[in-house]
Design a protein around this ligand. Structure first.
Ligand SMILES: [Zn+2]
Length: 94
């Protein structure tokens, strides 16, 4: 997966990918970092694909809320269509 990084949930800034040598095992570690408020995601070994990106972009509560908002907008559209149809019928009765 190579999707764009989601912005920082604390300050809204664009996130950057960082990497450094891990002093414990001399491997390379990568993480997602906010240059503005220094929030960061989990540190992952370099050979773990896009784990740090996937971990950073994982927002289950936000994704669930977006799905609920989409569903509610769909329901609102249907209700407005039903309302318009009822108003047309009422106008015909007058
Ligand atoms: Zn931030």
């Amino acid at each position: 997966m190579n999707e764009e990084l989601k912005p920082c949930p604390f300050c809204g800034e664009t996130m950057t990918m960082k990497q450094s040598i891990n002093s414990f095992n001399c491997g390379i570690t990568r993480w997602i970092n906010c240059e503005n408020c220094f929030a960061h995601g989990p540190m992952c070994p370099l050979d773990n694909g896009d784990d740090e990106r996937d971990a950073w972009n994982l927002r289950p509560i936000e994704d669930k809320q977006k799905a609920e908002i989409y569903q509610l907008r769909q329901e609102r559209t249907m209700l407005l269509l039903q309302r318009d149809e009822m108003l047309k019928r009422i106008a015909l009765l007058d």
